[in-house]
Design a protein around this ligand. Structure first.
Ligand SMILES: Nc1ncnc2c1ncn2[C@@H]1O[C@H](COP(=O)(O)OP(=O)(O)O)[C@@H](O)[C@H]1O
Ligand SMILES: [Mg+2]
Length: 268
């Protein structure tokens, strides 16, 4: 894994998102520093997944801006945002088909100059290109602990391994910013710790930025450089893990939402 990519800052400024009568995000601002691991936390329904959907171009803002370096993202289609180097994983896993290698090569296709049509024609330069992609994909599989599973159908993998395939597939896009929506939800304690280590080593090796939605507060506090806290669509706190942990507003939000225990098994 090679480092040294040029990673821009992500600036979310005064973003509001509405769904028929409901304000899902209400003037939210925060900045993800280049190369940092930034956690987005808050009780269920706080607006975390909505934020990810804005950043990846799935939801449109009512107002506000999202800048990734010089690029304004709020008007861009998802594939244009992906092409700028923003890759995401989803809260609910959808991987069911193909081998690990197949799924990772799919993550590669935004980078494949030749595309699927010409690769079907098996032109010599395309074969060379495909080989280079496959080597890189193999390297990413090894790095994310999937090397031994490279040719295994994903249907035979454990839930924890599929979560890793999701991460690896996002990395295959060679992102500058990685958006991880609850990457350890549903994993056991040992798997959680291992995933956290993998995310940290990916950041260290590649120098990319990571924005992570996570309910496991212990894990968030250990792994993040900075934390933004949302509650009912508003940013109620932000700063280092230590600052946020002591903030009375955060404590109140989590106690107030005691029925939404911060363990994470929501549906969106
Ligand atoms: N596509 C949508 N249509 C209508 N309401 C939505 C949609 N997406 C999210 N919401 C609502 O916006 C609020 C924030 O949801 P979400 O961002 O999923 O919260 P979180 O990920 O923090 O649990 C919730 O009230 C949710 O029901
Ligand atoms: Mg969510």
């Amino acid at each position: 894994m090679s480092a040294g990519i040029d990673v821009p800052e992500l600036r979310v400024h005064d973003v509001t998102v509405r769904f028929a009568g409901l304000t899902a995000l209400d003037g939210v601002s925060f900045t993800v520093a280049p190369g940092s691991i930034h956690a987005l936390v808050g009780p269920n329904g706080a607006g975390k997944s909505t934020t990810f959907n804005v950043l990846s171009g799935v939801y449109r803002v009512a107002s506000g801006s999202v800048r990734f370096g010089d690029a304004e993202l709020t008007a861009l289609a998802p594939h244009r945002i992906a092409a700028l180097g923003i890759a995401r994983t989803f809260q609910n896993i959808v991987l069911t088909r193909g081998t690990v290698a197949d799924n990772l090569m799919l993550g590669r296709h935004t980078l494949t100059r030749a595309g699927f049509l010409t690769s079907a024609l098996r032109l010599p330069h395309v074969r060379g290109e495909q080989r280079a992609h496959r080597e890189r994909v193999r390297e990413i599989a090894d790095f994310t602990g999937l090397g031994a599973r490279f040719d295994t159908p994903v249907s035979l993998l454990s839930y924890g391994e599929r979560k890793r395939v999701e991460l690896a597939r996002a990395l295959c896009m060679e992102p500058k910013l990685l958006l991880l929506d609850e990457p350890v939800a549903g994993l056991n304690t040992a798997e959680r710790a291992a995933m956290a280590r993998t995310v940290a080593s990916v950041r260290d090796a590649l120098g990319l930025s990571v924005l992570i939605v996570e309910h496991d507060m212990g894990l968030v506090m250990r792994m993040s450089d900075e934390v933004t806290v949302l509650d009912f669509g508003r940013r109620i706190s932000g700063g280092t893990p230590q600052q946020v942990q002591r903030d009375p507003a955060v404590i109140a939000a989590y106690l107030g939402g005691a029925t939404d225990a911060p363990v994470g098994e929501e549906t969106r």
